[in-house]
Write a protein that binds this ligand. Sequence first.
Ligand SMILES: NC(=O)C1=CN([C@@H]2O[C@H](COP(=O)(O)OP(=O)(O)OC[C@H]3O[C@@H](n4cnc5c(N)ncnc54)[C@H](OP(=O)(O)O)[C@@H]3O)[C@@H](O)[C@H]2O)C=CC1
Ligand SMILES: O=C(CO)COP(=O)(O)O
Length: 341
Amino acid sequence: MDIQRAAVIGGGSFGTVVANILADNQIQTVQWMRNEVVASAINTSHTNPDYLPGVALNPELKATTDLLAAVKDADVIFVSVPSHSVRQVVTSFAAELKPEQALISTTKGIEHDGFLLMSQVLAEICPNNPVGVLSGPNLAKEIGKRELAATVIASENSELRRNVQDALSCSYFRVYASNDLYGVELGGALKNIYAIVSGFVAALGMGENTKSMIITRSLAEMSRFAVALGANPLTFLGLAGVGDLVVTCMSPLSRNYRVGYAIGQGKTLEDAIKELGEVAEGVNTLKYVRARAIELDIYMPLVMGAYEILFNGAQPKDVAQGLMTGDYASDVEFALPKHEI
Ligand SMILES: NC(=O)C1=CN([C@@H]2O[C@H](COP(=O)(O)OP(=O)(O)OC[C@H]3O[C@@H](n4cnc5c(N)ncnc54)[C@H](OP(=O)(O)O)[C@@H]3O)[C@@H](O)[C@H]2O)C=CC1
Ligand SMILES: O=C(CO)COP(=O)(O)O
């Protein structure tokens, strides 16, 4: 099955760049969103003024607020709404799908009930449809400007992986393949927590050694968690692991980083989210991952510290100091296990 027609569900910044790449690649693409004003702007002035201002979109990209019309003839449907709305939105069109229509999640979040990742939510709602995940260091605002970037398509279905590579690869976007759906997806969700932590670090004016320490220990912590949940640790060496972690921990374009930065400057979480006006998945992910880590007894000092800052009013400086005096630990615990140090 070649991809000739695609639907993108969601009118935010990432949904828009995915839809635009597809249109650039001459795939008939319909983007669904609930906001009629934005849909009309995409159709008439070929811009998304709310989420991607200043980016000239491909004039062939069509937008609609009619969800069933958007998905009807699509060979592949990219789901790009925030995690808290994926189940509700997908459920509202699931009964209309034909089994050959594939679903690809681009959403980097976790569903609270059952700790489900988005591909698991999609598979639960649409058990007969092929499912995949797109994740990587993909700041939408840079890709919108057609700056060079790469991503990962993860699926157990090799034909789907190849079709998505064909549909999205172009002069400014390179698509790598993975069969570790769970690891790729977990990498995308977990790194948002550490982007918030990196925002604290930047707001406190800490040095480059500190930033490097935080990013590297974040990788150790997220891969420890992922392996405990059954993912392949090698996936974290790739674009969806270290790649996405580095970009979101270093760029003020990351919304999660910006939330951490604002809190590090003394703002409340509520004000930080309100000022952002876009989704920062890491805030909820932090809550769910902390609860899971406690339940499974997984050592995650950065998660625990970030939770105290975000939800219990702890001061970032005090938490950072506390982390420096923890028990002695192994640098790479897959090489030197903790109990052998
Ligand atoms: N932006 C990025 O750089 C990247 C984002 N992602 C991931 O993609 C996902 C989507 O993010 P992104 O596009 O950035 O989000 P944005 O914050 O830019 O936009 C969110 C979009 O989702 C819509 N939406 C929110 N709730 C609902 C709902 N209940 N029903 C229908 N539509 C809804 C919003 O509509 P409205 O305007 O009407 O509220 C808006 O169009 C996230 O999980 C994110 O982590 C992945 C890679 C990169
Ligand atoms: O996932 C992203 C880049 O890969 C975007 O990160 P934010 O959601 O923090 O903006």
